[in-house]
Design a protein around this ligand. Structure first.
Ligand code: 5GP
Length: 179
């Protein structure tokens, strides 16, 4: 048993609802970028599940890139500090970039990522997040596409972790008691 064994989970967004939404988002991005080449940037670690489902609903030429950042350091509130753990593997200058985030909480990470990508002079930058917590925003953060707006609750699953666990849940859950 790992150290997540004593926590209770309740379903927050079901697997069926997630899959329906991700398909819709993929189809919307397909319409926007049909016939064009895009670089889809997966923000590690939390976005990898959403990202891998999303790109498979996008019918256009995609290059996959990965940007590793860490902002929580295992706690349930944002530290506000963004540490780069893995940089993009190739230049995005002059390219259509889609930045794929798991969740926007305070907005600090997304704002950091946007300026990091914009400084590399992409042709366009499109931002998408599966989840957004509008009540938790500490800085203005405009997103082009959002899957679900949720209250200020700490959630796990579908790529999102609590102390490294739960990323493999196929649905989004709320952790009910932290010990
Ligand atoms: P922000 O900088 O917007 O406060 O936080 C963004 C990052 O914090 C996300 O990419 C995610 O890794 C983490 N985060 C924010 N809210 C949650 C949450 O409810 N659950 C989990 N597991 N991570 C979260």
């Amino acid at each position: 048993m790992n150290n997540s064994g004593n926590l209770k989970l309740s379903t927050y967004i079901s697997e069926a609802d997630l899959q329906k939404k991700v398909k819709e988002l993929g189809e919307t991005l397909t319409k926007k970028f049909k016939g064009q080449e895009v670089v889809a940037v997966c923000v590690l670690k939390g976005s990898f599940v959403f990202y891998s489902d999303l790109i498979r609903h996008m019918d256009t030429d995609i290059q996959c890139e990965f940007f590793g950042v860490s902002s929580y350091h295992g706690n349930t509130t944002s530290s506000g500090e963004v540490k780069v753990t893995l940089d993009l593997g190739s230049p995005v200058e002059g390219k259509h970039v889609i930045l794929v985030e798991d969740i926007v909480d305070t907005g600090l990470t997304m704002n950091y990522l946007k300026s990091a990508i914009l400084s590399r002079k992409p042709k366009t930058l499109t931002t998408i997040a599966l989840l957004e917590k509008p009540e938790a925003l500490k800085v203005p953060c405009e997103l082009d596409y959002v899957g679900f707006k949720i209250p200020n609750d700490f959630v796990v699953g579908y790529g999102l972790d609590y102390q490294g666990y739960y990323r493999n849940l196929p649905y989004i859950a709320q952790v009910q008691n932290f010990n």
